[in-house]
Write a protein that binds this ligand. Structure first.
Ligand SMILES: [Zn+2]
Ligand SMILES: [Zn+2]
Length: 164
């Protein structure tokens, strides 16, 4: 989806609001519902800014306890639009081609990148017991706290050393 900003390119104070939805169900299986994108391109004293928010309800799975839970993910994008790039290092500048750029592609990239961050059902999710696989959020499991055999060997070595 191209956004043409030619009409505000040289008109300080003008803006172009936009709202559209993206289908990312092919890219990520969590995105079964369309991603809503809303924002605007503005000319602020001759400088073009682009701000938007992309959000969608996800079928998320907690990275720690593997539980499925509903999550509304929102990713924000803040960019500058320019007809030519003078600062190659700045990847927040979007180069315009003939007064337009691919807004759909940009929103897609921003949202997919945000999906890469860790997903937890809650900040203090206790996760699963590495031994029996029980969800420790539901209570402690019956596994006994057996020391790791490697630590037992180390403990014995330390004991022998201090005994000599
Ligand atoms: Zn969890
Ligand atoms: Zn356990």
């Amino acid at each position: 989806m191209l956004l043409d900003v030619k009409k505000i390119l040289h008109v300080p104070g003008e803006s172009i609001p936009f709202r559209f939805s993206l289908d990312l169900s092919q890219e990520d299986q969590r995105c079964r519902q369309p991603v809503q994108v809303a924002g605007e391109a503005r000319n602020i004293a001759g400088m073009l800014t682009l701000d938007f928010e992309a959000s969608a309800p996800l079928d998320a799975v907690c990275d720690r306890c593997m539980k499925a839970f509903p999550l509304t993910k929102t990713a924000a994008g803040h960019f500058l639009l320019a007809e030519e790039i003078c600062d190659e290092e700045n990847d927040e500048i979007i180069l315009l081609e003939n007064g337009a750029f691919d807004l759909g592609e940009l929103a897609r990239t921003v949202f997919l990148l945000a999906l890469d961050t860790k997903t937890l059902c809650s900040e203090d999710c206790k996760g699963l017991c590495p031994r029996c696989g029980k969800d420790l959020n539901e209570g402690p499991c019956t596994c006994r706290e057996e020391p790791d055999p490697r630590w037992a060997v180390l403990a014995q070595l330390l004991e022998e050393e201090s005994g000599s």
